[in-house]
Design a binder for this molecule. Structure first.
Ligand code: BGC
Length: 749
């Protein structure tokens, strides 16, 4: 805010009868920034004006909130032990501290904590929630973890993640949403709204192109500007518009040659300039490389400075301000952005009162509902599922299904209520341990089928597993793949593949339940009758899985990522940088796929994936009719009718894809929208989808605008990116729009 505007604002506040005071005297009504009638921007500008230089510097300098074994690091007294971060407040001005906790799936505890872990509720993984294609669900999940964060003493939650799943072996894909920018933006935006409804700042991360873990602190993501704007950056753009996150976290890696946290193009040109983002940018833990460059590029807050080689925003920033390399107005703006978000999200007006009661049963029900909708039925030969309640003998094999469901590792690890159900697995140190949430599928299945006899085999002894499988009428075999921050994963389930094959050979009525961070290869697919992808199923996971297996809930999840048939189908046969000595810089060259990430890549290459993006079976069937498209007030609106032609109630996820005239885009088709429709048997509904004009355009970097070529566009309708039985053409006129997208009046507050 300019000096002139502040003077005018101060005058108007004085006129409104509010006394003003300088930095030395700010008591009671003398703190106009506490006036809730003013906008967040106005309040931030007033508060900054009342701040001393020291107080401003304090706002941009973060502390780690946990002990660091093997170091002399002393956690500041105000921090919440075992947390990711802490930024002291300015009590004399009524500005609270920022207490930061990971992450997008629930309230985590830092692994290095010497204190007891916080036991909290874990949502299913980001991919699971996205597989529901239900933003309402994501919002409810966000509100649940936001409330747990608040009750745990945190007012900043370091999530959700919105990087595109370009690399299906990515160790953190489970924290992200999908390979498509629209699905990602909508789901992440909804989660942000949920978190912030609890007056907790959501931090959208990791900005940007942190699409793999291998060499994450050193690699350089190479991608053209246009392709970047139409892919990963579009996901972030939509998430910001729909969620208005208080903060963004810049990622460890470089993009187009520059570290993200000092990347002028990412932070100034795109985020600040084109998108008009008004919140603040915080660094990832140890992602800062400079003082002056970072400050000038738009990094507002250095997180947990102990992770950086120098405290760049400490004494070095003071010196840079003194000698003018960082102008004073830059520091003022940094402080103002942080404060604006604190006011906008409600951190100042709704102070945290740690120790509030958490209704864990209610929160677990939220996680369970999420998982129920996120489970994807991939195969159901001979209608082996749902398991009839009359089945007499059921074998449950493997995956610690007698104890719990697996969860992802790293900073986002939520330590579950009731403790880790399987101890001693995975690395002792970060990103371990492997955590199993104590929601056992076996017990829940027994609850669903009281008439049946159950036998469990751990799967470690193949001969025993085969005997149990032979005894049973139906076999459910669980396989797990642990994934974690800081390392990427293999697509192979390893020795578990032999277990599945042996069991399937012993009993053809075998159903495989996969708990994984992302796609896996299924060499046994032809041998088994059924397959469920359940992702990392979250705190209510066991119950959700059992309910889907027995048909208490119809499976309605659809894949938010393509499952490759082999690594040869991926843009990179091996994760780039694999095998390089740690710390060796390298390039991840996205120029071949460009904006054609995920299903778009498969379409360009003519590859048939194992399972395509958008795919998911149901216990019922749906038919799509009456596809029509029209321009209404300049917006493309698509109408169609969905009918449930099966015998059970279920939810269809009707997907609309669009293609440009004469294949002018990076890929033949883009997801343009969808509707999730719940229908009773025989029921039908006519619905419409309004297409975001950017999805019909290309980004013109020379003129910083979206441009649509005139011509005949094709719209397809179906239930996956590869099954689109209906299509229609529409002629669209030329259209263009500046990069700055008009957002809601209170956008960015
Ligand atoms: C992760 C972030 C996380 C931070 C704090 C980093 O290693 O990349 O996602 O928020 O640690 O724990």
């Amino acid at each position: 805010m300019s000096k002139k505007m502040i003077t005018a604002l101060l005058a108007s506040v004085q006129l409104a009868g509010l006394a003003l005071a300088g930095p030395a005297h700010v008591a009671g009504a003398a703190r106009p920034w506490l006036n809730r009638r003013l906008s967040a921007g106005e309040r931030a500008a007033l508060a900054v004006r009342a701040m001393t230089q020291r107080e401003k510097l304090q706002l941009v300098f973060g502390y780690f909130g946990s002990v660091m074994s093997g170091t002399q690091y002393v956690v500041p007294r105000g921090a919440r032990m075992g947390s990711a971060g802490y930024v002291p407040g300015v009590p004399r001005l009524g500005i609270p501290a920022q207490w930061e906790s990971d992450a997008g799936l629930g309230v985590a505890t830092q692994r290095a904590s010497t204190d007891a872990y916080r036991e909290r509720t874990a949502l299913p993984s980001g991919l699971a929630t996205a597989a529901s294609w239900d933003p309402g669900l994501a919002e409810r999940g966000g509100a649940m973890i936001g409330a747990e964060a608040r009750a745990s003493g945190f007012n900043v939650l370091l999530g959700p993640g919105a990087d595109l799943v370009r690399e299906v072996r990515g160790g953190r894909d489970f924290e992200y949403a999908s390979e498509d920018p629209l699905l990602t933006g909508v789901m992440a935006g909804a989660e942000i709204r949920g978190i912030q409804s609890e007056h907790v700042i959501a931090v959208l991360k990791h900005f940007a192109f942190n699409d793999q873990e291998t060499g994450r602190t050193v690699y350089d993501a190479r991608i053209g500007r246009t392709a970047a704007r139409e892919s990963d950056l579009l996901g972030f753009e939509l998430a910001i518009e729909q969620g208005h996150p208080g903060a963004l976290m810049c990622a460890y890696n470089r993009t187009r040659g520059h570290y993200n946290c000092q990347n002028r193009w990412l932070l100034r040109t795109v985020l600040d300039g084109d998108w008009g983002y008004r919140g603040y940018v915080m660094s990832d833990w140890g992602a800062v490389h400079s003082t002056v460059r970072s400050a000038l590029a738009g990094l507002d807050q250095e997180s947990a400075t102990i992770f950086d080689p120098h405290p760049y925003y400490g004494a070095a920033l003071v010196r840079a301000l003194k000698d003018g390399r960082v102008p004073q107005r830059v520091l003022d703006e940094m402080a103002e952005r942080i404060l604006r978000s604190m006011f906008a999200v409600g951190l100042v007006d709704h102070p945290i009162k740690p120790g509030a009661h958490i209704d864990f049963a209610a929160d677990r029900a939220v996680a369970e509902a999420d998982e129920q909708q996120g489970i994807v039925l991939l195969k159901n030969a001979g209608e082996v599922l749902p398991l009839a309640r009359t089945v007499r003998r059921i074998a449950v094999i493997g995956g610690y299904a007698d104890r719990g469901v697996i969860d992802g590792g790293g900073s986002s690890t939520v330590f579950p209520v009731g403790g880790n159900a399987v101890r001693g697995l995975g690395p002792k140190d970060f990103p371990g341990p492997e955590v199993y949430l104590p929601s056992a599928p076996l017990g829940a299945m027994m609850g669903q089928a009281p008439q049946a006899r159950f036998r469990y085999a751990s799967g470690r002894n193949l001969a025993h597993a085969v005997r149990v499988a032979k005894w049973a009428d139906r076999v459910v075999v669980f396989v797990t793949q642990w994934a974690a921050e800081s390392r990427d994963v293999s697509l192979s389930l390893g020795a578990q593949n032999a277990l599945v094959s042996a069991v399937a050979q012993a009993n053809p009525h075998t159903v495989v339940v996969i708990e994984s961070g992302g796609p896996v290869l299924m060499p046994w697919l032809g041998q088994v009758a059924g397959v469920l992808e359940t992702w990392f199923p979250g705190s209510g996971g066991g119950t959700a899985i059992a309910r889907v297996l027995f048909g208490a809930v119809d499976p309605s999840g659809h894949l938010p990522v393509s499952f490759p048939a082999s690594p040869g189908q991926l843009p990179f046969r091996q994760v780039p940088g694999s095998g390089l000595p740690s710390g060796t810089p390298f390039t991840v060259d996205y120029s071949r796929e460009g904006a054609a990430a995920g299903y778009k890549w498969y379409q360009v290459r003519g590859f048939k994936p194992l399972f395509p993006f958008g795919f998911g079976l149901s216990y019922t069937r749906f038919a799509y009719r009456g596809l029509g498209a029209a321009l209404e007030h300049g917006r493309l609106v698509v109408h169609f009718t969905v009918r449930n032609v099966g015998r059970r109630t279920g939810a269809a996820v009707a997907q609309v894809y669009v293609g440009a005239p004469a294949g002018r885009w990076a890929a033949p088709r883009r997801l343009a929208g969808w509707r999730r429709v719940i229908l009773a048997p025989g029921a039908a509904r006519t619905v419409s989808v309004t297409v975001d004009p950017r999805l019909l355009a290309v980004f013109d970097t020379a003129h910083q605008r979206w441009v649509r070529t005139p011509g005949t566009y094709t719209l397809w309708l179906g239930d996956s990116s590869a099954h689109l039985p209906r299509s229609v053409h529409i002629r669209l006129p030329a259209w263009q729009h500046p990069a700055r997208w008009p957002v809601h009046a209170d956008a960015h507050h």
